[in-house]
Design a protein around this ligand. Structure first.
Ligand SMILES: [Zn+2]
Length: 160
């Protein structure tokens, strides 16, 4: 069996519109400032989608879901991730994924299991195959000034 790995990175700035909801890993974070972007700006799911596409050498989410396409305006990134999984399905199985959020806020520790469960559900895999971590940027740079949220992801696929 051949195993393939991919990496994804994404970053979104916080929205100036205080009413915009924050979505991370397919979950809503009530009371937190939302992120700016064409879709729902779910930075975690975008990084993850890119990691999955990267592992399969199928380009990136910009190729498959162009921001110029009105269909993806305020789109649920969970749907986007499901579409990526469907694209991979005939040939690949997800071995594991690992997501790291880089943010001064919100604190996600209390919702970590819930995040893993939601991502696992979107990918159609058991929760043991999904890791979600978070770190701050030690108050350094734009992320450290809490101007936005960054995310890194890796994914391993098995060819079937
Ligand atoms: Zn994004």
């Amino acid at each position: 069996v051949s195993t393939r790995v991919g990496i994804g990175y994404d970053i979104h700035r916080f929205a100036t519109d205080a009413a915009r909801p924050l979505r991370l890993g397919g979950l809503l974070f009530p009371g937190e400032l939302g992120l700016e972007g064409h879709s729902d700006a779910d930075v975690a799911l975008h990084a993850l989608a890119d990691a999955l596409l990267g592992a399969a050498a199928l380009g990136d989410i910009g190729d498959h879901f162009p921001p110029t396409d009105a269909r993806w305006r305020d789109a649920d990134s969970g749907e986007l991730l499901r579409a990526v999984v469907a694209l991979l399905q005939p040939r690949y199985r997800v071995v594991n994924v690992d997501v790291t959020l880089i943010a001064e806020r919100p604190r996600i520790a209390a919702r970590r299991l819930e995040l893993r469960q939601r991502v696992a559900e979107l990918l159609g895999v058991e929760v043991g195959r999904v890791s979600v971590k978070a770190t701050t940027n030690e108050r350094l740079g734009a992320l450290g000034r809490a101007e936005g949220i960054g995310a890194l992801a890796t994914a391993a696929l098995e060819e079937q």
